[in-house]
Each structure stands twice: as C-alpha cells, then as structure tokens.
Design a protein around this ligand. Structure first.
Ligand code: DGJ
Length: 747
C-alpha cells in the first residue's frame, strides 16, 4: 500500500494493488481527480487522463475533468461539494493547492463523528491536501485514507475559516467522485417502515438522480448508500462502486450526469436545512464517507464494505464476540406482561437453547400502551414487582443474559418528564407540534437535555445486571428548532441533534463497555454505517415475515454485514402480513442475520419447541460462519417473479459453507434445477449435507468445489403436499415456503 507524490508531475497515486486513485495539481492550482477505480501501475504519470487546467466546463471538447473540491459559480455546472457563503454574500471560491501531508495510519475525525479506525498504522495510509481561497482565507482540507486490506477509500473534508471575517458553510459533502462516463446503473436502497431497503435500480440519465433524508435520521425511506454497476456486472464479475455515509442524520446521496456524459457522485449531509456559520478561527468537519470499488462484481463491493464496517467501523468487545441467540418479548406480549410472565417466557426459551432474554417496550413509568410514559425511566412496579433487578436476577439464574429496550430520545406529552420540561420537546414556540406515534422528540441539540437523559438511563443500567440494550427511535423530527441557538444558527440544529444522540451513545458505551448495543428505529429507519460505530448490530425491520425478510435482508446485505442485521423468528399468523409459513422456513431466513426469536415460547406447541431446539443447535454450531463468514448472494428475490432466493456464507479459506435456497410458492410441473455456489475452493472435495428441517439431515454426498461452483448443486423439485399436513404449527403446507439448507465441509 502506498501513497506516492510525484513532485515533477505534481501528482499523487494512492493504491493498495486492488484500487487506485490518482490526483494532480492543475496548472491553475486546483486539484483534479484523474482516475478512481481499477488499480493502475505505480510509477508512470497519468496526467494525460485529464486536461492541464480548468477553463470552465460547459463547452468542453477535450478529456473530461474530475475535480476534487468542486465549488459553484466557476464554470463547473455540476452539483458542488462545497458551498460557502462569503462575507460579501457571494458563494464563489478559488480553492488552490497549498500543501499536503502523507500520514501512516488514519487519524480520527473531530469530535463525535463516527469513523473507521486502524489498530496498527500499517493498516492504512492517509493523504491530506489543503486547498485555500486567498480572498476569504477559507482553507479546505481534503482527506483520503486508503486501507491495506480492502479496496476502500475513506473520505472527509474539513473547512476552516482562517480569514478575518465570518463565513457560512451552506453545503459540505463528505465525498464527491467524478467518473469519466455515465454508462452505469445506479442502485439505491429505498422503501418505508416494514419494507426497508428494497434494491432500486435505474440506468443513469442526464440530470440529477438520487436519494436523501430530511427526517432528522437516515430513515427507512432511503439509506445513505449509493451503488453503481455496469449493465453487465454480476455478483462476481464486472465493475461496481458502493458508497456509504457514516452519518445517522439528514443526508443526500446522488449522481449528476452532465451534457458530456460524465458522472459526479456526491454524498454527505443534506444541504437543505443545513447552514454552519464559521467565525474566524473556526472549522467544520464533515462525516466520513467510505467508497469501495470492485472489479469482482457486486459481491466484491459487498466483501469490501462488509469487511471494513464489521472490522474497522464496529468497535468494542462485541465487535468480534459471539452474538447471543436472543428471545425478545415484543411480538409475544406487546405491553401486556408482568414479572411472572417474563420469567415463564425466559424459562421456556432457555429450555430451547436460547441464550438471552430481551425485555422490550413497556417496563417503565405508566407505560400501559404507546400513548404515555416515554421519558419516565423508572421501573413500573405494578408490572415488575421486583423491578428490573428481579427479572434480570431470575434470567441470569437460568444461565441466560438479560437485555433491555430503551427509547431515550423521546417523550410522550403524557409523561412526568414532559409535564416538568415541556420546552425540552422539539417544536417552535407559538406553533403546533406534530405528534407521531403519540410522541415528541427531545431536543438533543441541548446539552442539558442529553445530560438529564444520560443520568436517567445510566441509573437504570447501573441498577440491574444488563447485558444488552436495544435503543429505539420511533418517529422522525418535525418543526425543527432549538431555543438553544440564535436565529442565525438554526441551520446547525439537525447536525447538533445527531451529535447529541452520538454523545449519549458515547457516555453509555464508555460507562458500560460490556453491554451489547443494538440500534433500532421503528424497525430499520436508522440502519447506517454511522450507527455501527456505536452499536454493532441494528434491528433490520419491524417486518418479521420470512418472505418479506428475503428482500429486506438481501437489500441490506449490499453494504451491511450479516453480523449487523438483527433477524428474528416470529409467530404465525405473522403480525405484519398475516402470512402462515413453516417455522423452519422462518428460521432458515433469520439465521442469515443476528439471530433471535420474537414470540411467546409458552404459547408454542411441543412440536414447535422441538423445532426451535434443533434450529438453535444448528445455528450455534455454525455461528462463526454466519457472523464472520463471507456472505455471498446467489439468487435475487428482486429478479423475475421473486419466487426464489439463494445465498450462502463461506469461511474465508472456502473450507466451510452454509447455503440456503428458498422457494416462496410452489408451481406445477417444477423443473430440476441447479444452484451454482460461490466462494469455494475449486480444487477441493466437499461433504455436502442437505437439510430441509433442522432435526435431521436429509443425507450427505461428496462433490468437488469445481462442480458445485460451475455446474451447481441439485435443488430438488418440491415434494407433493402430504395429506393432513395442514397446520401442525411446524410444517404448515409443505409445498409453499420451503427452504433447503446445505452444509459444506472440505474433505
Ligand atoms: C419499534 C421497534 O422496531 C419494535 O421492535 C419494538 O421495540 C417497538 N418499537 C416497541 O415500541
């Protein structure tokens, strides 16, 4: 891995042998991006890949030009990276090269911004380039960190006001990326509550196209992710880009294709509802963006992002530790529980091998439903006569871990907290506050509000032995305003809110380093790279229907590793869709995530309990593969009629794998089919054991890795429905909703 500076050509080459970025100082002093993507040989100059200087863009006739720090109003009419309102009200900057530094390792970003890190300086190299605008004294530091182990570049930017007068930052992207052509298909992950992260694809067309959030959180509607692939790119071949933003608030992620068919990508804080005044001497640092380039298809893009997010964004003891199989009581009880019921549930869960019991919403204040008590973080003694400590003690006595739900950023109007501090809820004095789920959002831009909530939650977590926390966030922000800032600084509000949330995470994770945190936001509405720095797993979606989950988990897997995606087996009829699916099908889907259950185990049949016992044993034996293996997508639920999905996990050396093939509905006259696997050793022989339920394998055969990958593994047609197979709770109707799993071990 090297960052090379060619003083004669005034050119930098950043490469790790798997990707290259080449930048140079143009003759007018601007910094240009000559190349980003495929690895290039170190040594030669690549200055011929771009023009010698920048003379205005619109009438370009020679090579396209990529700019590293694009600004508006200077003849580059594509979307800018940096918009600064100067003391005279203009927004033009002339950012010329001033200095650069090449550093071993990767410095952290300022303040609480979540970012990747290194454990050894040899893991990454960093290039910082200062470009400066002489008339105002604005200095922008462009930061590029290239990792040794992944074809990933971490980008961020610092805007400093070294001039004599105040300026206002109106847009500050974490990264722009100029590509010389537009023959790409854009991928976004879009949806809504209970339908998060559908893969949405569109060939790029001239103009701006993209996604964003102005909800105060990254949102379920669009994820802070952009993918690009060529029309011919598959899971394992062809070019792809995957870009994520490590930020959990408002964002924009878009492509701008100009008249000359060049593409500019940009990702960062959404410039709407954002303005950051910079007094002389002050600076603003953007969140971090991670840009992964792959020449090995979408799978290579996911490998890179999974690796860096799992190993160098997630942190703390839970990064590498085995995640416990949990039972969450939410869908099993909702608000209707007491001490005895919880202990009965935990006892039944323990008998099935489940390792942790999680108490969800409803344990505090007068929380009998979702209309009241958010903010009152004192134990409801009517439900829990011995407090949390009593439940935790009994759960621990069973040999299980104990987890707890909180929603610290919220308040109900019907709460003691709101009655004491009505002004702590976000709103604009003199205007109505919009309620959502009958609740309001606390103003986390105010330090005293964060202080109060931190004290309250720390008291709860210190008073009982708690091993896990699920941190929920069930509505978006409306009427954005904080009385803690003067009118001219209200544009800081959303950014400061997210920093306030991160500050609470910082305090809780510092005070309780051994607690496993799972982020949640009414399902998966804040599932982003930034949250993974604080909570290594996230609740993927409130939709626990296994058929729906095929799409949700497939889409989530484009950027995010399996270890980050909470996935639970729930009861039937499914609470979101009403669908009846066999319990082994539900488990076969949920195992490809941070695995757990979300139902009332005391209401299960004996056959269901027996099935769960086998599922947990199957999972625990292969947990290492599910949690840390390489995830490989085989058949997409977004293709064709979506009736089939297949994916697998494999060890890095290809010696072990677990494959799953799912068929949603049976069709008449099914054909024999072969599923081609990936990630195996083509020269090795494998023992392949098939499972359709988890109690006993169907049989084992020996096959070559070459055959399994090049010819495929036989997927049997569905078996006919046996008479009387209806509704024993385990195998509802054998024909529909079937999963076939294969366990592979190198001989
Ligand atoms: C939304 C979450 O996504 C659910 O899992 C559950 O915790 C509820 N909130 C509780 O109110």
């Amino acid at each position: 891995m090297t960052i090379d500076w060619n003083d004669t050509a005034r050119e930098w080459h950043l490469t790790n042998g798997r990707t290259s970025w080449v930048l140079r100082v143009l003759e007018n002093g601007w910094v240009a991006l000559l190349h980003a993507g495929a690895p290039l040989a170190m040594g030669p100059s690549y200055r011929h890949l771009g023009p010698a200087t920048f003379e205005g863009y619109d009438n370009r006739v020679n090579e396209p030009i990529g700019l590293a720090a694009p600004v508006p109003g200077v003849g580059d009419f594509r979307v800018p990276a940096i918009v600064v309102e100067n003391p005279d009200g203009s927004t033009v900057l002339d950012l010329r090269y001033r200095a650069h530094r090449i550093l071993a390792g990767k410095p952290p970003l300022a303040g609480l911004l979540p970012c990747t890190y290194v454990e050894d300086p040899a893991e990454a190299d960093t290039l910082e380039i200062d470009v400066a605008d002489a008339p105002t004294g604005v200095v922008v530091t462009l930061s590029f960190s290239i990792f040794r182990d992944w074809p990933v570049m971490a980008r961020s930017m610092r805007i400093a006001n070294d001039g004599p007068a105040g300026v206002v930052v109106r847009a500050a992207m974490s990264a722009t990326l100029d590509l010389p052509d537009a023959a790409w298909t854009l991928q976004t992950l879009s949806g809504t509550w209970a339908r998060e992260r559908d893969v949405v694809e569109r060939p790029l067309v001239p103009g701006r196209q993209g996604v964003g959030s102005l909800r105060g959180g990254s949102g379920a509607e669009h994820n802070p992710f952009l993918g690009l692939r060529r029309a011919s790119t598959t899971e394992d071949a062809g070019e792809a880009w995957g870009i994520v933003l490590a930020w959990s608030g408002n964002f924009i992620a878009e492509a701008d294709v100009d008249a000359h068919r060049t593409t500019r990508l940009r990702i960062g804080i959404h410039p709407d509802a954002f303005a950051w005044p910079l007094e002389p001497g002050a600076a603003f640092t953007t969140p971090e963006a991670l840009l992964a380039w792959s020449g090995d298809g979408l799978g290579g893009m996911s490998d890179a992002l999974h690796g860096v997010l799992r190993e160098r964004m997630a942190r703390g003891p839970w990064r590498d530790a085995d995640r416990p199989v949990l039972l969450n009581n939410w869908e099993g009880t909702y608000f209707d529980f007491d001490h005895d019921r919880l202990v009965e549930m935990a006892t039944a869960a323990k008998a099935m091998g489940i390792e942790m019991f999680v108490l969800d919403d409803g344990w505090f204040g007068a929380r009998s439903d979702d209309h009241r008590a958010l903010g009152d973080w004192n134990v409801n003694r009517v439900k829990l006569r011995e407090g949390l400590e009593g439940v935790a003690r009994e759960v621990h006595a069973l040999g299980m871990q104990f987890g707890l739900w909180i929603e610290p950023e919220m308040v109900n109007a019907d709460s003691d907290l709101f009655r004491a501090h009505p002004d702590w809820a976000i709103g604009i004095p003199g205007r109505k506050r919009t309620e959502s789920r009958q609740q309001l959002v606390l103003d986390f831009a105010r330090p005293e509000v964060v202080d109060h909530v931190a004290d309250a939650i720390i008291a709860v977590l210190a008073a009982a032995p708690i091993d896990y926390v699920k941190w929920d966030w069930n509505r978006f922000i409306t009427e954005p305003f904080t009385p803690s800032l003067p009118p001219e600084r209200q544009g800081e509000f959303f950014f400061r809110y997210t920093l306030g949330m991160y500050e609470l995470y910082r305090r809780l994770t510092t005070r309780f380093p051994d607690i496993l945190f799972e982020s949640c936001a009414g399902g998966g509405a804040r599932f982003d790279a930034g949250m993974l720095a604080w909570a290594p797993q996230a609740w993927t979606s409130d939709d626990t229907d296994a058929v729906e989950r095929l799409r949700i988990q497939w889409g989530s897997s484009l950027p995010y590793p399996l270890s980050s995606a909470g996935a639970h087996v729930s009861a039937i009829p499914n609470h979101q869709t009403g669908r009846l699916t066999p319990i082994d099908f539900r488990a076969a889907v949920a195992m490809f995530g941070a695995f757990g259950y979300e139902l009332d185990p005391t209401a299960m049949t004996d056959a269901e309990r027996e099935a769960v016992r086998h599922q947990v044993a199957f999972y625990v034996e292969r947990r290492d593969l599910f949690q840390r293996g390489r995830f490989l997508r085989l058949r997409s639920p977004f293709e064709g009629d979506g009736n089939e999905t297949a994916w697998m996990v494999a060890s890095a050396d290809g010696s072990r794998a677990v494959v799953a093939h799912y068929r949603v509905l049976q069709h008449p006259m099914p054909v024999r089919d072969r599923l081609r696997l990936r990630g195996l050793d083509p020269s090795a022989r494998y023992l392949v054991t098939a499972w359709s339920s988890f109690d006993a394998p169907l049989g084992t055969v020996e096959r070559g890795g070459d055959e399994l990958m090049r010819v495929g593994i036989g997927i049997e047609p569905q078996e006919p429905v046996p008479a009387g197979a209806w509704a024993d709770g385990v195998r509802i109707v054998r024909a529909d909703f079937t999963a076939r799993m294969f366990d592979l071990r190198r001989v």
